[in-house]
Design a protein around this ligand. Structure first.
Ligand code: SF4
Length: 192
């Protein structure tokens, strides 16, 4: 079981800012970092959201991902590594269900402090480090502050399945609706 932010019927949120392309994002509960300026403080509570079976989360993912227009998935929070063993279990199931899916994970820990970790074998890109508000204006992409790093953990085996041209196509498609996160509740992790 893993603790997730699950509001109404939405479990996997659609986002353009949590990695390349159009992504499905899952928010996990729990974070110890207490970064000043965190926009997701309510999710730092380990009891936020609700507990779900990892297999049920993957089933929900498959329902959304089968639409064919998402470029990958992102695990955010909170800090996904607060529930690190459950995270590894979840990602193992995701890789088994969709071997080629591009997976990004955000964490407030440093990569070096997590080594070695069983979840790393399933992650394409790790975005590490706490949010530092004083460095939030450094013009970085996909990061909330300039200290955070984009660390590729896998080779080209699962690059984003659609190039940037598809993003344009997706946004041009009138059938597509991007569900934006409510500003008062769910916001991107680490103030992205
Ligand atoms: S900014 Fe990220 S790492 Fe820092 S307290 Fe908030 S969720 Fe945790």
């Amino acid at each position: 079981m893993i603790r997730v932010a699950h509001q109404g019927s939405t479990l996997w949120w659609e986002s353009l800012v949590d990695g390349p392309g159009v992504r499905l994002v899952l928010f996990l509960a729990g974070c110890k970092h207490a970064c000043p300026g965190c926009h997701n403080a309510w999710l730092c509570n380990p009891q936020a959201g609700e507990s779900m079976r990892e297999s049920d989360i993957v089933s929900e993912l498959l329902r959304s991902y089968s639409s064919g227009w998402h470029d990958g998935i992102t695990i955010s929070g909170g800090d996904p590594f607060y529930q690190s063993i459950e995270l590894a279990t979840l990602l193992q199931l995701v890789r088994k269900a969709i071997p080629s899916v591009n997976i990004w994970v955000y964490t407030g820990y440093l990569y070096e402090d997590l080594l070695p970790h069983p979840a790393f074998r399933y992650i394409d890109m790790l975005v590490d480090g706490p949010y530092i508000a004083a460095r939030s204006d450094e013009g970085q992409t996909y990061r909330g502050s300039g200290n955070q790093r984009l660390i590729p953990l896998r080779t080209a085996s699962s690059s984003p399945r659609v190039a940037s041209t598809s993003l344009h196509a997706s946004l041009s498609n009138s059938n597509i609706q991007l569900r934006m996160l409510p500003a008062h509740s769910l916001q991107p992790n680490c103030d992205r």
